[in-house]
Ligand binder design. Sequence first.
Ligand code: C2E
Ligand code: MG
Ligand code: MG
Length: 564
Amino acid sequence: MKELLERKKGLHRRILIVDDEFIEREMLGEMLSGLYEIIYAENGAVALNITKTQRENISLIILDLHMPELDGVSLLKIIRTDSELRRIPVIVLTSEKGSEVECLQMGAADFITKPYDAPEVVRARVARSIELAEDSVIIHETERDILTGLFNKEFFFEYGKRLNKQNNIPMDALVIDINHFHIVNELYGRAYGNIILQRLGNNIHDLVRRTGGLACRSENDSFYIYIPHDDELEKKLPQFIEKISEVFSEHKISIRIGIYSDDGNDLDIERHFDYAKRASQSIRNKYTTSFNFYDSEFHKKELFAERLINEMDKALTDKQFKVFYQPKYNITGDVPKLVSAEALIRWDHPEYGMISPGLFIPLFEHNGLIHKLDMYVWNEAAGQIRKWREMFGLTLPVSVNVSRVDVFDPTLLDQLDSIVSKNSVSSEDLMLEITETAYTDDSDKFNEIIFGLRNKGFKIEMDDFGSGYSSLNVVTSLDIDVLKLDMQFIKNICSDTKNSKLVSIMIDIARLLEVPVVAEGVETREQMLLLKEIGCDIVQGYYFSKPLPVDEFEALIKKEIQGE
Ligand code: C2E
Ligand code: MG
Ligand code: MG
């Protein structure tokens, strides 16, 4: 581009004159020589060779049609269909009056008739052809993304709006994102990443050429496609995704697509793509889903989420959040024994009723609100341990959940410390459940944090063990105090021997680490007995009790004390 502008500023442009007649070449060259640098070719084959090797430096080709070897018509065809040569304008030399239209139809920029017109006319035609071609390159380059040749975002929206005005037909907005593209760059280098993006761009280009429509690269690894609405789109998407993913060949790279189909409302095109983008973002970490429609259901969920986020602060002040307690029983002896509890939060919403944490915790983890809520729960739980000690004369340790977001908060240790001392409880009685998937985020930093917590006396339970991807290597090198098996394994433990074997193996791992195992999600006596048989120490689940509000949990403690 810079080079192009410099050339426009008056530096010499190079013109290739192709004619088998020496005299004709020289005459034409003479007319143009003070203004341009002239090079010559005596037939089409030589000209093609020069054009290919010097394509960046040739501003114009003046071409005679009748020549031996490769004739002018064939050469013109080659140039017009070659994507790298196409931008070079060609002026055709013709002695046949009336063949002008034919030349222009073949893609010539202009024509000059033999014998030549006055030199000023020839020069004017040459200058105009070069200028037009250079302007169109500039326009092309400002509209396009250099890497893929697709539109850039600005022009994409501009042309999209025009398309809407002209056609006024329903359109589908698709956003294509590549999952974890930064890893591709890191593993294989940026140059390879660029090749992937180019290939993906080509496939997308093919698609919009077939269906009609527009496409752009909106940012690094995100593409927008705007195509006429297709009722069958959902059915066609898996095939489309498969086709597009071919560009990733042997690599385990995948894409995800968010879609917003025009439903006749008056929203502008940018909004359509906002929605499609959000639909794509919502499946970011879902490895089993590759596309997602932004429909009314999605919209409702978004509004609900927004409302919960907005109301969280007030709900905390109004005490709408309730901490429930679910008992954990030691099953190693003859009679199961209540040994501790897990604190689980619920939102008693004035309008929606009891909302489960599965709905709001992920939202709050996303925007940092979780920390406030967790602090509330930890405080409540610590206060509860003390109250029960005073009421019943016994210490029942309570586990609280520590979100993965909290783990990396540098003030975590101080805050937990002040919570236990304020409530006069021992740090080992407020046990900390940290989900397994948090362990893989940044293992060095993580281990350091865990070390600090344990040093202060806190006990660490690895929650949902088996749901993440920690390797045996990671697990065996960790400092933890309790291993808590993921519920999924317990679900089919009685019907599926593979599952019971897996649980057995995990219990062996726990033995190796010399830590007790908690199985959660135990719903039947059969499950409980099987777990006891294979050596599980502690059980939590509906079989014994659901999570209970404080007064009901207290009744349970009383029963336990009376039974002793
Ligand atoms: P989790 O820590 O793995 O908690 C266990 C979940 O299993 C709880 O769901 C509990 O009610 C449920 N459960 C217990 N026994 C059974 C059973 O026998 N069958 C079945 N089907 N489910 C059982 P809940 O209370 O809905 O909590 C869901 C998740 O939300 C928790 O999973 C935890 O990750 C998170 N969570 C709950 N409270 C808090 C909190 O205060 N802070 C944070 N950061 N996360 C929390
Ligand atoms: Mg838990
Ligand atoms: Mg769990």
